[in-house]
Design a protein around this ligand. Structure first.
Ligand code: TYD
Length: 208
């Protein structure tokens, strides 16, 4: 059995990732492609419990290293329980966020450094390197306006605009460095963006 392809989606808060993933799922279903769509942090029962701890707005005392390690812990559990078995059965796996989120949010925006974050995610990355990472390219200033502001019960969303600008800067740095990351313009309609994503998946040989 040929291992399936692993595609990850990245972007800032309000980049329209969830909407795009829904549109893409509908497209793939219409085309009869077998795929698994999942998300981080979470995607499996234990990882979803860790997600609850990370995003709980009342966990204000959480230090940056703990946050980074919880994301990494949820990640490896999700890989072992769900992503790897699906890839090994030949399925296309599409994951909403992956290691690049940790690099941009914890490595750059929190200031832990790319090396530290890459280190704690080394095993995950070795087990599952994305074949393609789709970056929905919209600056946080625009994205928050589009989404009508941040959700203040969410520990990550309630970080200020400066934090999210640093996240975006982090993504641009990664985009420069890793050819597997491709930016998709999302200034047009939702359907336009979906068309751009499908075209990219075809161009990269992920789907026919
Ligand atoms: P979620 O509600 O899934 O946000 P979104 O719809 O924007 O993907 O929450 C995930 C949050 O966790 C989001 O703010 C990004 C953040 N995050 C990190 O900081 N590091 C990570 O490694 C991952 C996977 C997510």
């Amino acid at each position: 059995m040929v291992r399936g392809k692993f595609v990850t989606f990245e972007g800032c808060e309000g980049s329209g990732k969830s909407t795009q993933l829904k549109l893409l799922a509908a497209y793939l279903e219409r085309e009869g492609v077998t795929f698994v769509m999942t998300r981080e942090p979470g995607g499996s029962p234990i990882a979803e419990q860790i997600r609850g701890i990370i995003l709980d707005g009342s966990n204000t005392a959480m230090c940056d290293e703990c946050e980074a390690m919880l994301y990494a812990a949820a990640r490896i559990q999700h890989l072992r329980e769900k992503v790897i078995p699906a890839l090994e059965s030949g399925k296309l796996v599409i994951c909403d966020r992956y290691v690049d989120s940790s690099l941009a949010y914890q490595g750059v925006a929190r200031g832990l450094g790319l090396e530290y974050v890459a280190d704690i995610n080394k095993k995950a990355f070795e087990l599952c390197t994305p074949d393609l990472t789709v970056f929905l390219d919209i600056a946080p200033d625009k994205a928050f306006v589009r989404k009508n502001g941040a959700d203040l019960n969410d520990r990550m969303e309630k970080q200020g605009l400066d934090f999210h600008r640093r996240v975006y800067g982090g993504y641009l740095k990664l985009l420069d460095e890793y050819p597997r990351i491709c930016a998709v313009e999302c200034n047009g309609t939702e359907q336009d963006t979906c068309g751009n994503i499908v075209a990219l998946l075809k161009e990269k040989g992920i789907i026919d």
